[in-house]
Ligand binder design. Sequence first.
Ligand SMILES: Cc1cc2nc3c(=O)[nH]c(=O)nc-3n(C[C@H](O)[C@H](O)[C@H](O)COP(=O)(O)OP(=O)(O)OC[C@H]3O[C@@H](n4cnc5c(N)ncnc54)[C@H](O)[C@@H]3O)c2cc1C
Length: 451
Amino acid sequence: MEVPMNKNPTILIVGAGIGGLSFYHSVRKNLDKKFNVKIFDRETSPEDRWQGYNIYINRRGITSLFYCTPAEVQARLPEAIPNPIPKENHSIAIVDHVGRCLLYFPQQEFKSIYEIEPLKHDFAGMVSYRNRLRDVLLEGVDIKWGKKCVGYEECDNGIWVLFEDRTREFGDLLIGADGINSPIRKQKVPDLEILDLGVTSIDVDIAIPKNLADRMMSIYANSLMQKSLGRNGDSFLSMMRYIPIDQSDEPIYRVTLSYSYPTNLDIKDNILIDDNDPETVINHAISRIKQLRPPCELTDLMLELLSLVPFSHPGKKFPFRTYHPPRRRQLRDINPLSVPPWKNDRIILLGDAAHAMNPLLGLGVNNAIQDADLLTKELLNYENDDLIACIQRYNEKMRVRSSKDVMRSRNTVLRQRSPLGNFGLVIRYSIFRVATLIYYAIIFIKSRINF
Ligand SMILES: Cc1cc2nc3c(=O)[nH]c(=O)nc-3n(C[C@H](O)[C@H](O)[C@H](O)COP(=O)(O)OP(=O)(O)OC[C@H]3O[C@@H](n4cnc5c(N)ncnc54)[C@H](O)[C@@H]3O)c2cc1C
């Protein structure tokens, strides 16, 4: 097979999500003299698919984002991660099924993302707009759109990545940053399987008026990350910014909602839902809430929020750009330590492709960006023939770090999935009380050492 020769090795990145784009910038910024880089995505344009929801970026993710991105991208980060405004608290508040506080996890206050990066502790982060973050990361990136990867072929001195349109591209390293269903992972580590956690989730973005935003802020003590744990294995997660997204008549705010419940309820009830019909899906979520939650102010609020879900594409207006119809989907994950270490070779997995995790603790994007940071730092050591040693170090560290977060997220879901009787509720309250004491003790100690 004829192989084009490059002076510097060429890195091929498949997948222009947050992970792939962070790594692309990082190669250009930090490895420019050592490597060439190309990036491909199956989408046909940046607006092809829903890039959706609000996400939480923690201090580690932010630090890695700064390491990976050049000054012109960093200058635009506040478009995606706006500075906090008065009343906003980037903390998490967990309440029970009737709105009683179970846990309030405080975060340090700050004026902008730039103040988080130099911190030495992890009690700071920000709720950001994932779609805007992707837009910002697209700055200056020459993506080859419409390139759906279907596999790869290795040869003695490089690798061919194969696309559905029957084209192929040659490079020295292939980065599989192609998400949870990665064809690159399936070929490289076929035993590394996706685990279904037995929990169904319905995720939507909605726009809410000020009176509803105020009610939410008041129930959750101004925390922007909000969770209500039901006693029947269900939970209601919301994530918002208290910054209006449209000022035209009345201010409106974007909120991401995620309602989840044990999948076996749908199996047991023999529920037949048309997941291609958004209205049916939301009506189902509403009837589950009515079935699983007691009548109270919090339940009414949840029902009111779900009644605002759009059922069709209302044009390009924010926040519904690339509108995504609500569907039921299963919470799933991939634990990279569930299989023996895979071969350290030219094919490298990054982000959800290696370690998808359920969104309950908001750690997926953060791990993907940390992968980009770590892989860059390992490749900085590359001199002539020790490429495989660099990749081995990346694989070892990435697997250990991300597996910890996969398992933390998985255990959280599995713990919440079980229904609780009165005794179970008492145990839950006690656990959260102890957790609160431990968190505050840790924060007190760290603040004396690090703040
Ligand atoms: C409702 C919800 C809330 C979340 N909240 C948070 C949060 O608060 N904090 C957090 O850290 N994480 C959160 N996550 C998780 C986070 O979104 C993912 O972990 C993150 O997007 C992973 O980034 P990635 O770049 O690895 O993969 P992806 O974002 O999945 O990107 C993969 C890219 O690869 C492309 N691709 C896929 N297949 C192919 C192919 N065959 N050929 C070519 N290209 C391909 C896709 O088009 C896509 O652009 C949340 C997830 C969900 C669903």
